[in-house]
Design a protein around this ligand. Structure first.
Ligand SMILES: Nc1nc2c(c(=O)[nH]1)N[C@H]1C(S)=C(S)[C@@H](COP(=O)(O)O)O[C@H]1N2
Ligand SMILES: [Mo]
Length: 317
């Protein structure tokens, strides 16, 4: 079976408060700065330079949840192309080159082609969306994303009637991404959505967070965000969007199909085979903050439950 999960005991899951406190203690003892990824986080606290997306207005579907401190969101990252360690991945990701960037549009569309990010941004108006983000590992946070509805962009390429699914692919560059030299996942990272999920107005492509450009470790320059699904669906550094008639393969499904389904809807009633999904550790709380109850579809049931009407969500997890 897959190799990575042998290395991630479920006892480690959701222990990030312990992790941060330990880090803090180590750092205080060593007398070094609190910044993990360096300048970026220092700039954050200094708040001097004007942020690139400071003037972006809130869009529809944005919530008024209290956002998580950016230092957690920017340093506790999953980016297996770099490595499986959250802090090390953050550090290694700084080597990425994210401009210029283009995305290849392929498959069942009338207007396929390679489109550069600047022209995508000219055609799609950015907005802020505050969403709760829930990782399959059992932690959650609230992130102010800057992005645009994926569905609006999809319409511009005119999908054919055969376009039933959309597959996304991350950049493949093992010389910069050391994790890709190891077969933790079947590279390049791929993800997929059913076309109605992709067209749903909650689904966005993000280019920023916290009023600024996406940090490299969080998926710069273009990343998917699907707030009612587990975090692993939110594929980073997208270079290809392919429309297909049949359900596409995804990297996690290929790695462990019994653990990671295609749908990956947040569902407190369907446990992961190795741990419960009924609660979540809210990142940024103290060691004593109780876990919060995970909500059906991550709290977005009213908006998305109809997409799965009549489906057995235990089978299609
Ligand atoms: N390309 C790529 N995208 C990825 C991942 C990854 O390893 N590679 N990890 C996923 C997982 S498991 C999660 S929880 C989220 C984490 O996003 P964050 O690091 O910005 O919090 O990214 C997802 N997108
Ligand atoms: Mo995740």
């Amino acid at each position: 079976m897959n190799k990575i999960f042998k290395k991630i005991p479920s006892s480690e899951i959701t222990d990030e408060a312990v992790y941060y406190n330990r880090r803090k203690i180590i750092k205080m003892a060593a007398g070094v700065s609190l910044a993990l990824a360096g300048k970026e986080i220092l700039a954050e606290t200094a708040g001097s330079a004007k942020k690139k997306y400071a003037d972006i207005a809130k869009g529809a579907y944005s919530s008024d949840l209290k956002v998580t401190s950016p230092r957690f969101v920017k340093t506790y990252t999953n980016y297996y192309e770099f490595t499986t360690g959250k802090e090390a991945a953050t550090r290694l990701a700084q080597a990425m080159i994210v401009r210029p960037w283009s995305v290849s549009i392929e498959g069942e569309v009338e207007k396929p082609g390679i489109i550069d990010l600047e022209s995508i941004l000219k055609k799609n108006q950015l907005q802020e969306r505050i969403y709760r983000f829930r990782c399959v590992e059992g932690w959650s946070m609230v992130i102010p994303w800057i992005g645009f509805p994926l569905g609006e962009m999809i319409k511009q390429f005119k999908p054919t009637s055969k376009a039933k699914y959309v597959q996304f692919t991350t950049i493949y560059n093992p010389s910069v991404m050391p994790g890709q030299r190891v077969k933790t996942l079947d590279w390049p990272y791929t993800e997929g959505l059913r076309i109605d999920e992709a067209m749903h107005p909650l689904t966005i492509l993000a280019t920023g967070m916290y009023d600024d450009e996406l940090p490299k470790q969080n998926g710069a320059p273009l990343r998917l965000v699907v707030p009612w699904k587990y975090g692993f669906k939110s594929i980073k550094a997208i270079v290809k969007i392919r429309f297909t008639e049949t359900m596409p393969e995804t990297a996690w499904q290929k790695s462990a199909p019994d653990e990671y389904g295609f749908f990956a809807n947040v569902n407190p009633n369907v446990p992961h085979p190795r741990w419960s999904q009924s609660r979540e550790k809210v990142l940024g709380g103290s060691l004593f903050t109780p876990k919060r109850k995970t909500e059906m579809f991550n709290g977005y049931a009213e908006q998305v439950a109809h997409l799965y009407k009549g489906m057995d969500l235990r089978k299609y997890f």
